[in-house]
Design a protein around this ligand. Structure first.
Ligand code: NAD
Ligand code: ZN
Length: 359
């Protein structure tokens, strides 16, 4: 079966284009009393972005905290907050949910927009195509580039039992606003870690067995852009990084990620590491699988003077190790993409443990 995948419906790109957000949202407001919900990364509290938000009187603005990556419990709490805000309003649902921030905030916006129209807890929908009803209109304004969350059909959530996305066509954003000026303030090492998420998407897509011309076209472009940004520092680095993230996301949409992402999911489930840093920690030990990619990654790291956390798994308990291995092994398509149909003969529990123990 060929993947018949849903793409983001509308995209605006360019320096300063975030100033169009008000007009874009006005076209979606069902009436003068319509409500928009803004979920904004609290790192921007008190900054200039706050005063630029196109808020109407009845809108709801929520500062979201992403010190921890999105949990299903947080999504459920935010959804309840939005539902309470809608009590006594003209419409049952808001006209839209807008996420302004990095991958975590974008994922929260996706998840809340889905949970407003689907009953129960977001934990019930972690998996593939479990969502029944279309989401409320949802839009993203990224402030960090690399995850590709702006174009993907998933929202990655940590639930009581697993770290797994809500994968659905309904998850995909209706609108994305790609303004490179908004990522300009992102400091290193965060900018690097999130950027490396994109670089690793490209390596894993381009070296995977699921590769096809669609993924290759986007993956090669994204990789070239990452090289320019992290090895040459062009003047328009933010524009390029934003487009690298977009293309990297499109590349894996039609292929898959690989060894690094599978191991990184386990690592972040147990240690709470954010996705970008978790991937970077893992990737540094994957020379056997991606020799050229790892060499280039180290060049980029050296150039920016990035020091990765080490010895994370020293003192790990058996239960923690088992849990990490379990989380990694569930991700079968990632292993199959990386190692082929016989991956189970190559990547045993023992081999995974061995790799984790190096980290
Ligand atoms: P993030 O959203 O987790 O944010 C990391 C840190 O950077 C936070 O402290 C945040 O407050 C801060 N930050 C954000 N924008 C900033 C800015 N402009 N200036 C200064 N600080 C800023 O980081 P991320 O790497 O973009 O996203 C990682 C998340 O994305 C994880 O939760 C991961 O699971 C998810 N993810 C989702 C997908 C998907 O397809 N849905 C893909 C990959 C990763
Ligand atoms: Zn990733």
């Amino acid at each position: 079966m060929f993947r018949n995948f849903k793409m983001v419906s509308k995209v605006v790109f360019g320096r300063g284009c975030a100033s169009q957000l008000g007009d874009i949202l006005n076209a979606q407001r069902r009436s003068s009393k319509a409500v928009m919900v803004f979920l904004v990364d609290d790192v921007f509290k008190g900054g200039t972005l706050e005063s630029r938000l196109p808020l109407h009187a009845d809108d709801l603005m929520v500062w979201v905290n992403v010190d921890d990556e999105p949990k299903t419990s947080y999504v459920d709490q935010l959804t309840t907050q939005v539902k309470k805000h809608m009590v006594g309003k003209q419409d049952r649902h808001p006209s839209g949910v807008i996420g302004i921030g990095g991958g975590s905030t974008m994922d929260l916006a996706k998840a809340v927009s889905l949970m407003l129209t689907n009953a129960g807890s977001s934990a019930d929908y972690q998996g593939w195509d479990l969502i029944k009803n279309p989401a409320v209109y949802h839009a993203a304004v990224p402030t960090l580039s690399g995850t590709g969350a702006e174009v993907s059909r998933t929202t990655v959530l940590t639930g009581p039992k697993k770290k797994l996305g809500i994968n659905s066509d309904h998850t995909v954003f209706d609108q994305i606003v790609l303004d490179p000026e908004l990522i300009a303030g992102a400091p290193n090492p965060q900018r690097f870690y999130t950027g490396m998420d994109c670089y690793i998407h490209c390596v894993e897509s381009l070296e995977g067995t699921y590769l096809n011309s669609f993924s290759q076209a986007y993956g090669e472009k994204a990789m070239d852009l990452c090289r320019e940004v992290f090895l040459a520092d062009p003047e328009d680095a933010d524009d390029k990084l934003m487009m690298a993230s977009f293309c990297g996301g499109m590349s894996i949409a039609y292929s898959q990620v690989g060894v690094c992402h599978a191991l990184s999911y386990g690592l972040s489930f147990v240690f709470g590491l954010h996705h970008g840093i978790g991937n970077s920690v893992v990737f540094d030990y994957l020379e056997d699988f991606y020799p050229q990619g790892v060499r280039e990654f180290r060049q980029m790291m050296d150039r920016l003077g990035i020091d990765l956390p080490r010895n994370l798994t020293a003192g790990i308990t058996d239960a923690q190790m088992n849990s990490m291995v379990d989380v990694a092994l569930v991700l079968e398509p990632l292993w199959e993409n990386a190692l082929g149909k016989d991956w189970k003969t190559i990547m045993t529990r023992e081999k995974i443990q061995e790799l984790y123990l190096k980290m």
